[in-house]
Design a protein. Sequence first.
Length: 392
Amino acid sequence: MPHRLAPILSKSRSRQTLFLLACLAAIFLLSNLVWGPVVGGFFGNYLLPAMMWGLLALLISKRLSRARPHAKRRHHALLRWLAFICGLAGAMALVVMGLFDGFGRSPYDHSLRGIIVNFAYLGILLAGMEITRSWLINAVFAKRPVFGIAFTGVLFSLLWFPVRRFTNFQDGLGAVKFIGGTYLPTLSENVLASYLAFLGGPLPAVIYRGTLTAFHWFSPVLPDLSWIMQALIGTFVPVFGMGLVYQMYRAEAVRGRRRREAESPIGWIVTSAASVLIIWFAVGVFSVFPAAIVSGSMAPAIDKGDVVIVKRIRPEQVAVGDVIQFREEHMRIAHRVVAIEEAPDGGPFFRTKGDANKNPDTDPVRPEQVVGKVVLVVPKAGWPAIALRSSD
């Protein structure tokens, strides 16, 4: 008897999948051809799209067969915390970069009515999307999760934007800016949301995307970043978050039943936050960052294998005697400023010299080459990095 039921269940699941994909296609077409372009205002832009996603979520919950997430129930609390940490890390990265590139006023309505409407709209929209995403991954792609995560990531990234965003380009640069600065970060966000939905169902995905969306919609000011910086932050942080979720979930799953029921999530939060901060520091997100010294030209003040902490400064803040880091072709060099002279065009340039060198550097350092000023030396801390580089 069970072998006879298997084909019936398979056909039933196939029909449900086709029905759901047809619903998504209908939502996509209505959103691009009717809601907004024809029926505008509050009804077309808010009420009707929210109703469609809400009805779809209700249909999935009541009419379609149940799809269980991959992770066991005892791991769901951890996944919710990790989802929140990933969302918070993404928002924090944008804020930190905004300190360098500046902030602008948010385009969204921050009146009491606007906040209530946006909160209800986004809540229903995200709930509908993540319930749909979770069902697709766990019901259709349970045996092929990698393909399912990739497929749903691309699918829901396309559903998030109106078609005109993909066609309204005046030139090739406009297309590159949209793809790099907007679509790729959205795709990375959706891939991470798909992975969270595969492991823990819709709630972790809602928490992750809800945290990011709330920052964008409810913050009165938003970082005014270049499209390149948006691409870097928007893709790096979700990729790092996916690795973090994978490693922590895997470590927790290995512990299995030995995990204490009363264990506090504080340890996970601190570890995750510390990991994010360390990586941000290492890649230069903050105004200070580390750099390994690979030559002895600054001995004895700075030896080969030391790590210097560099603080970003403006060229006009450079003084004689400062050790500055500057770019030269594909390298970064840390040498001492021995003179500041005036260029023919009226701007300054800097004469530099390594303390261990007999003569000053041949070429002067222009203001645009200056990266920052060395403010601290950590002896011998850079030897592991030098060893890894020399082994390549």
